[in-house]
Design a protein around this ligand. Structure first.
Ligand SMILES: C[S@@+](CC[C@H](N)C(=O)[O-])C[C@H]1O[C@@H](n2cnc3c(N)ncnc32)[C@H](O)[C@@H]1O
Length: 338
């Protein structure tokens, strides 16, 4: 990593920490699962309460050193696994069911600021974007995938309207040289976009988002992860998801709404899923929680965070097969090969 660890420690704010802890009610004790350990902000706060146990996961093996510090402090109450949350069952099978399972999606500040990993537009390094345990890099996608696949990835996963022009220019450049550095991709996007400047968002945001999602199969991870979490929750147990872009929020919102007791008829944008008899959650679960103005001021990247949670109605579990069918477009897209 080419950023001193200490400067990161200072600037690391776990998003909506107060809101997450309030929903968890750790003062009552219990078993908590932190599916996205990152800097360990949520895990550590939960462990400050004496009767809590935390099982934490992160696909990034660089999180292991931060986890080690916590496990030394909270002996026998904390365990860490370098694993993807789509494999949650491998870790939780045979253990006591959880009181709360938490997902705080996306990249951590540690990953963004480690310029060698190529997540940031400011990087001059290799186009990697692997959060950990991925089998492909952004560089491989950009140089090996065909025009149609590239266009679909950037258009669908990045919701980028100018994907066709960006892909045309990617193909032009890669005929001459291999696209391996972040700076080359930034240059291509800037040349391709009609409006090269926006006060609100960087012109590269959408394409970078698309590549990162594809490299890490983030849609598949989320769909698999929330279904598996549901299976390992106690009755009255809670599932909390903090998401950062509309594709993720659409999946979470649809899942909570469609499998809740008082499922109100969804809008035409959220068609009802046909697993009619499967109910996992109490209530309506259509409430969205956003960060406070004070938090956004202190930590501007938190402005796009959306928190949703749902409470389990019982322990029985039936595989919600139609939920995966609803998002099959994204799941199939993430299976594309060169
Ligand atoms: C936004 S950060 C979490 C920050 C954390 N809540 C904290 O308080 O420090 C997201 C973390 O989740 C990890 N992650 C993302 N997708 C994952 C997945 N499918 N399985 C396991 N970890 C994942 C990333 O590697 C990253 O470290």
């Amino acid at each position: 990593m080419n950023v001193p660890q200490t400067s990161l420690e200072y600037s690391h704010f776990p998003v909506m920490l107060n809101e997450v802890i309030k929903i968890c009610s750790p003062e009552k004790g219990g078993n908590f699962v932190d599916c996205t350990f990152g800097g360990g902000g949520y895990s550590e706060e939960l462990l400050k309460f004496p009767n809590t146990k935390v099982t934490a996961l992160d696909r990034d093996n660089s999180a292991e050193s931060r986890a080690k510090r916590i496990s030394e402090k909270y002996l026998n109450r904390f365990s860490f696994y370098n694993e993807k949350f789509s494999n949650l069952d491998k870790i939780l099978e045979g253990k006591d069911k959880a009181d709360t399972i938490i997902f705080d999606l996306g990249t951590s500040l540690f990953q963004l600021m480690d310029l060698e990993r190529g997540f940031s537009f400011n990087s001059k390094n290799r186009l990697d974007m692997n959060m950990g345990l991925s089998s492909i890099s952004a560089e491989e996608i950009l140089n090996n995938f065909g025009e149609k696949s590239l266009k679909m990835i950037i258009k669908i996963l990045g919701e980028e309207k100018e994907s066709a022009k960006i892909v045309k220019n990617i193909l032009k450049v890669r005929k001459i040289e291999r696209i391996s550095k972040v700076t080359q991709l930034v240059e291509i996007i800037k040349k391709s976009k009609k409006k090269n400047f926006s006060k609100k968002t960087n012109v590269c945001t959408k394409t970078f988002q698309a590549l990162r999602i594809f490299v890490n199969k983030e849609m598949t991870e989320l769909v698999e992860g929330i279904i598996k979490a549901t299976k390992f929750l106690k009755k009255d147990g809670k599932i909390i998801v903090v998401s950062f872009h509309s594709l993720e929020d659409r999946i979470v919102k649809s899942y909570f709404k469609n499998y809740s007791e008082n499922n109100i008829l969804p809008s035409r944008y959220l068609p009802e899923i046909k697993d009619k008899k499967i109910i996992f959650f109490k209530g309506k679960n259509n409430k969205l929680i956003r960060p406070s103005d004070t938090e956004i001021k202190k930590n501007p990247p938190s402005r796009s965070a959306k928190l949703r949670f749902a409470i389990r109605n019982k322990e029985d579990f039936i595989e919600p097969k139609n939920f995966k069918k609803k998002f099959v477009k994204y799941l199939n897209l993430e299976k594309l090969n060169a």
